[in-house]
Design a protein around this ligand. Structure first.
Ligand SMILES: Cc1ncc(COP(=O)(O)O)c(C=O)c1O
Length: 458
């Protein structure tokens, strides 16, 4: 029987939540055009939409907030964060940003020219969109095993090294302004990447003199997986593993709303001085002066404190094992999920769970709607709503390989009974699964359509 890990914290402040009535949930969905992003959070009971910015800050983070220096330039809080950045990531330069996509946007707008390519294991949706917005093409070169839902592979987020080298040779080094890797691989199930793979990817990028950037939102969770699963790292601390990972890269960006356990924040870090100057100029235009980015001094303090807390071993053990607990319970029902579970979320294989709903009718959307209507739970579709797009040459719809629903677990927020409630709702849905129908899009913007799309039930 799966065992929920005991939390390495106790609760000091509570936020009431409520399951609104079935009628209210039906009305909320109608008002939202059946898009969970448009449902007011007050009408959601257990919110597993994202682990981004939804974590509970610690007493030390709240205390640090009181020490925020709100000076426009050169604030004390900036220097405190700078010291933490140097210790963990070790890059020569960094700028704070208000969140991850701001860093992506600045990097993409400077480095990407129309017709160029950016390889990665898998780009997340905001990275994908930021590259496309500049006329570039994001390319996902994750190992094939990543698409074998049931197969246990310890590092299922690894890049396919053969594909990467072939891709570079096919497209030409001059057409690849930078290469990336996402740790952990959110778009592919929150799966970790081994240090061996990161090292090998770095070697290839360096061989071709392609700058190597790491999308490091969940770097601490990735470090813990390396410690648990990779030979030779059991006695390393997550911090030591992080230091080694980033030593192989030329830069990194991070949505600090994940593993730094803050509600807002991010950064772009790098070694190249000329690029740093360009980044600083772009930052001033869009985010703010380079010592605060889009953040307040107090946010920089919370971030500096949270970066270390996210690397604490007892916290990471609890975090990873809470996710594993939920995964085991869901599997016991018979619901297919991506195996092994990732760090921050459970990814349900909605395509397999609802085989009577074709990709064109969005099985993942059908499951997210059911979760809310049956139990007031909010998850997110990671399938055709998020990723299907017309082929630029033929105009034909290109569907993603997987139709997933992600249940992301906010950090230090929900207890075992909340998780058991989620499992019970899923059990009810599973028992009635043949009764659920697909959806039709009634509105859809060109980029990042899942945020604002509207639907009609079929
Ligand atoms: C892997 C990855 N990269 C980038 C981002 C974008 O970060 P933000 O939401 O802070 O803009 C996210 C957010 O979920 C992510 O998971």
């Amino acid at each position: 029987m799966p065992i929920h890990p005991a939390e390495p914290f106790r609760i000091k402040s509570v936020e009431p939540i409520k399951l609104v009535s079935k009628e209210e949930r039906i009305q909320a969905m109608k008002n939202a055009g059946y898009n969970l992003f448009a449902v007011p959070a007050e009408d959601v009971y257990i919110d597993l939409l994202t682990d981004s910015g939804t974590g509970a800050m610690s007493q030390n983070q709240w205390a640090a907030i009181m020490q925020g220096d709100e000076s426009y330039a050169g604030a004390r809080s900036y220097y405190r964060l700078k010291a933490v950045m140097e210790k963990i990531f070790g890059f020569k330069y960094f700028v704070p940003t208000h969140q991850g996509r701001a860093a992506e946007n600045i990097l993409a707008s400077i480095m990407i020219k129309p017709g160029t390519y950016v390889p990665s294991n898998m780009h997340f949706d905001t990275t994908d969109a930021n590259i496309r917005a500049q006329g570039g093409s994001p390319e996902n070169l994750v190992i094939d095993d990543a698409f074998d839902i049931e197969k246990y592979v310890p590092f299922k987020g690894n890049m396919d090294l053969v594909k990467l080298e072939q891709f570079i040779n096919e497209k030409g080094v001059e057409n690849i302004p930078f290469g990336a890797i996402t740790i952990t691989n959110n778009a592919g199930g929150g799966q970790p990447i081994s240090l061996e793979n990161i090292k090998a990817v770095s070697k290839i990028y360096r061989k071709y003199k392609i700058p190597f950037f790491i999308d490091s939102c969940r770097f601490a969770e990735n470090c813990y997986f390396i410690k648990m699963r990779e030979k030779g790292y059991a006695s390393h601390t997550p911090l030591e593993i992080a230091q080694e990972i980033f030593s192989y890269a030329d830069g990194a960006w991070m949505s600090a709303k994940k593993d730094a356990i803050v509600n807002i924040g991010g950064f772009l870090a790098l070694n190249d001085e000329k690029l740093f100057q360009e980044v600083s100029n772009a930052l001033i235009l869009r985010e703010g002066f380079p010592t605060y980015g889009g953040l307040a001094g107090r946010d920089l303090e919370a971030l500096a404190t949270g970066l270390f807390e996210g690397l604490e071993e007892d916290y990471l053990a609890y975090r990873i094992n809470q996710t594993a607990y939920v995964a085991e319970k869901i599997k016991e029902i018979g619901i297919p999920i991506i195996e092994p579970p990732g760090g921050h979320a459970i990814y349900i294989d909605a395509g397999t769970m609802l085989p009577h709903i074709p990709q064109s009718e969005f099985p993942g959307q059908a499951l997210t709607a059911a979760l809310y209507l049956v139990g007031g739970i909010r998850g997110v579709e990671i399938g055709s709503v998020m990723f299907a797009h017309p082929d630029p040459e033929t105009g034909e719809m290109v569907y993603p390989k997987l139709e997933l629903v992600r249940l992301a677990i906010p950090r230090r927020v929900y207890t075992q009974s909340h998780m058991d409630y989620v499992v019970n709702v899923l059990k009810k849905i599973y028992e009635q699964r043949v009764s659920f129908r697909g959806y039709k899009l009634t509105y859809s913007p060109d980029l990042l359509r899942h945020f604002t799309a509207r639907f009609k039930p079929l």
